[in-house]
Write a protein that binds this ligand. Structure first.
Ligand code: HEC
Length: 292
């Protein structure tokens, strides 16, 4: 197919094919690099979020809870002593500032039904339970929006039991607030839930797509400029000189011996023109011999 095309067309077709392959490569490689970027950025954010929440919890366990036990023996005040309660409440405060971020203390068997795990969270908790992983992170969607999520398991310790064992054992105020049907039956060592952070990725993904579009646009522009420049060069240094040679050869074949093959470059076309000029001289000599 290429053989039947003019040189100019042939080079344009080849350039177009190179362009298509380059675009596929640029978009493919760019996409995977940006995807990695998005994931790294989201992972850093979730990491930061979880760490600050954990630091809060550690603060409570280290500096508040021990003294509180001394000061307020047997008083039911979970806001100051229970990690899960503090996490749920601070998460709500945080969400006022960052409404798109979600932090959940989720359990398939919760005291507070707001903490009931979704089917996605339930699968992750089951994975923790089966020992498939120690923590989970990856992309997911929630209410049609895309998020990067990071989850760690919540394991029952001895100190949890008195509230989460049976409604009879738990503090009556707690049972009055949360009821006696869900959130009980914990046993030491059980995985009862997950602490999970969702960081939105729609905005970062859109940004990545914009970057990709700019990259594709730049490559296309460069190719277009290259195409125009190469086309000019081909016309000037190949097409025109050859057309000129064809024209002169036509005239000479019709007997106009005063014409000669002139090329102002110093390349293969020049060699061709020189060869034609030598041929013309020989031709003239032969004609002169014949005439005589
Ligand atoms: C003083 C009682 C108390 C203790 C001790 C306690 N919790 Fe809770 N826990 C609660 C209350 C109250 C909630 C409900 C918080 C809310 O309103 O969202 C809760 C919520 C949770 C939740 C979220 C799901 C749900 O039930 O709403 C998990 C998971 C949880 N606790 C696990 C634990 C673990 C693990 C421990 C031990 C490290 C523990 N709890 C110790 C009272 C307690």
């Amino acid at each position: 197919m290429l053989k039947n095309m003019s040189i100019r067309k042939r080079i344009m077709v080849i350039l177009a094919v190179v362009y298509i392959f380059s675009m596929v490569a640029v978009i493919g490689i760019g996409y995977s690099l940006l995807q990695r970027d998005t994931e790294r950025e989201a992972a850093e954010k979730t990491e930061l979020f979880i760490s600050s929440m954990l630091a809060n919890q550690q603060y409570m366990a280290k500096f508040v809870r021990p003294d509180l036990k001394e000061l307020t023996k047997d008083v039911y005040f979970p806001e100051a002593s229970v990690g899960a309660v503090m996490l749920v409440k601070t998460a709500k405060l945080l969400q006022e500032q960052y409404p798109e971020y979600i932090l959940r203390v989720s359990s398939p068997n919760p005291l507070n039904q707001e903490n009931l795990s979704t089917s996605f969270e339930e699968r992750i908790i089951a994975g923790f339970d089966n020992g498939d992983y120690k923590k989970w992170q990856g992309f997911t969607t929630r209410n049609g929006k895309s998020f990067y999520a990071a989850a760690v398991p919540i394991k029952v310790r001895k100190g949890c039991i008195w509230c989460h064992d049976t409604p009879e054992v738990a503090h009556p105020d707690m049972v009055a607030e949360y009821g006696d049907t869900s959130g009980y039956g914990y046993e030491e060592g059980d995985i009862v839930g997950t602490r999970i952070v969702y960081v939105p990725t729609d905005a970062t993904k859109a940004l990545a797509m914009t970057k990709l579009a700019y990259l594709g646009g730049t490559v296309s522009l460069l190719f277009l400029i290259a195409l125009i420049v190469i086309d000019r060069i081909i016309i000037r240094s190949v097409v025109k000189p050859i057309e000129n040679i064809v024209d002169v050869a036509g005239d000479i074949s019709r007997g106009k011996m005063d014409r000669s093959f002139d090329v102002d470059t110093n390349d293969e076309i020049k060699l061709l023109a020189d060869a034609f000029n030598r041929m013309k001289v020989s031709l003239e000599k032969a004609i002169n011999i014949l005439k005589r």
